[in-house]
Design a protein around this ligand. Structure first.
Ligand code: ADP
Length: 473
């Protein structure tokens, strides 16, 4: 029977949602952790630099306090001579900005910028600042301390190496973060997909069962306890559905079987009454009606019993080599009169004449039902075409018509027993033709595919494997 398309993971897929949720959560936690770590490293580095400049400053302050301003000035001059002018500067000034003593200040922040740092500083106070530098050293860390009421000492150090290190940490941190995020998302997609595979297997099996394959079960592949429980429960439910369906069919078949004999007897009595000259014209007409209705009911009962027997499996098939092209040609011969009467063009085309082993009589009936329907549901002036061909390991007989077509919502029900489309109620039929055709296809290990467009026509394709596992339910 026609299959429903397999669903692909979409916006609402649990696997995709889990992956996005994990990626977002993992991304946020890693980013927050990265920022915190970066901040701690930055604080540590700046603290180390501050300790360094503080040591230099304290040395000079100590000299100033113990040996007086002259000795402090000498020490500043000595520090300035010893220090690398690129890495380090010392400067002593008064509140008006007058320079009292300093190392070489070329390349360090301008006097105005340095003076501004000491403007609000009270006696004994000190402050730390980070100032931008125009060259490759990028930034300077400066400590400004009040030596006396009107003396300010500034010690500065270049932060070039530390700035470069922090930049490195930032760049590589981003690369590591992006890599971890991609790997994390891939791993979580893999896990979610694996976990959901079990659910998808259950969905597919449920779809098959809904399509009438009651023997379908899900094989558990140890995907975790919850999925295994779901699979076990689903299979138990499928067992139950299969048993109930079998029991229902058995009851139907028994009823059909039990009704056949009394109906045949009633028909015999009515037939006898029709030919009895003593009962009068009106009663004979009534008896004729009873015979007709009995024929209709017996026809339904016989088809039901045929379906049951065909579904029962291979032991009921009369297997022999069957030429499908000849079978199709016979069907065209058989229905050409009906098609002519209705004004429908009936045609036949065989690409290659496939020969397979099967039950000729049952295959003939299945094909006859498909052709009968095609002519029945195609208005005058339309066309019905039979084509026989092969495809891989299968033979295919397609019956295509340009008739009424079938509404998409009706397609899943076509093969149910007694199903009849709304528009076909005025036409002769009992809703069992397609059920019988499908039972025959299944008994040969095959299937029937339906393609149809409302008001444009339908194509029913009988697919029969050359090497059938005869008797598949
Ligand atoms: P019926 O005796 O009603 O033809 P079937 O089992 O043969 O019973 O078909 C079931 C229903 O499928 C029909 O009532 C009709 O609605 C629909 N159907 C079958 N074949 C065709 C077709 N070729 N074109 C349109 N509808 C079809």
């Amino acid at each position: 029977m026609s299959s429903t398309p397999e669903s692909r993971p979409g916006r609402h897929s649990i696997a995709i949602r889990l992956t996005l949720f994990h990626a977002l959560f993992f991304g946020l936690v890693t980013t927050a952790g990265g920022i915190l770590l970066y901040h701690l490293v930055e604080v540590y580095i700046v603290d180390e630099i501050d300790q360094d400049i503080l040591r230099q400053k304290n040395d000079i302050v100590r000299t100033f306090q113990t040996d007086g301003p002259a000795s402090a000035r000498t020490q500043v001059a000595a520090d300035a001579r010893n220090g690398d002018k690129e890495d380090y500067f010392v400067r002593v000034s008064d509140r008006s900005g007058r320079l009292l003593s300093a190392s070489d200040l070329t390349g360090w922040p301008a006097a105005g910028t340095l003076d501004a740092l000491s403007r609000d500083l009270g006696p004994g106070e000190q402050r730390f600042d980070t100032l931008d530098l125009a060259d490759a050293r990028r930034a300077a860390r400066v400590v400004t301390a009040a030596l006396a009421t009107d003396r300010f000492l500034q010690v500065g150090i270049s932060m070039g190496d530390s700035v470069a290190l922090l930049e490195h940490i930032r760049r590589y941190g981003l690369i590591i973060l992006a890599t971890m995020l991609s790997l994390g998302a891939a791993a979580s997609w893999g896990l979610a997909h694996r976990a959901m595979a079990g659910v998808q297997a259950v969905t597919q099996a449920a779809e098959h069962i809904a399509g009438g394959h009651y023997a379908e079960r899900v094989v558990s592949a140890g995907q975790g306890q919850e999925i295994d429980d779901l699979v076990r429960t689903f299979n138990r439910m499928a067992d139950r559905v299969q048993t109930v369906m079998q029991e229902m069919r058995q009851v139907n078949d028994h009823i059909a079987h039990d009704l056949r004999s009394p109906l045949t007897r009633i028909r015999g009595l009515a037939e006898a009454a029709v030919t009895d000259p003593t009962i009068g014209e009106e009663a004979a007409e009534l008896a004729g009606g009873v015979v007709e209705e009995c024929d209709h009911l017996i026809g339904i009962i016989n088809t039901m019993l045929d379906i049951a027997e065909t579904e029962a499996g291979v032991q009921h098939l009369q297997v022999e080599p069957v030429d499908l092209s000849a079978l199709a040609a016979q069907a065209v011969d058989l229905f050409s009169g009906v098609a002519d009467d209705k004004g429908v063009d009936l045609d036949y085309r065989a690409d290659s004449p496939p020969l397979l082993r099967g039950d000729r009589r049952r295959l003939q009936r299945a094909l006859a039902n498909l052709v009968d329907n095609a002519i029945k549901y195609t208005p005058a002036g339309g066309r019905v075409e039979l084509s026989v061909g092969t495809d891989g390991g299968n033979a295919r007989i397609a019956v295509r018509d340009t008739g009424s077509g079938i509404a998409p919502e009706a397609v899943p029900h076509l093969f149910e027993r007694f199903y009849r489309g709304d528009e076909s109620r005025q036409l002769p039929g009992n809703g069992l033709g397609l059920s019988l055709a499908l039972a025959v296809a299944h008994a040969h290990g095959g299937d029937i595919l339906v393609e149809s467009k409302l008001h444009a026509g339908s194509r029913f394709t009988l697919v029969l494997p050359f090497e059938p596992e005869l008797g598949r339910a």
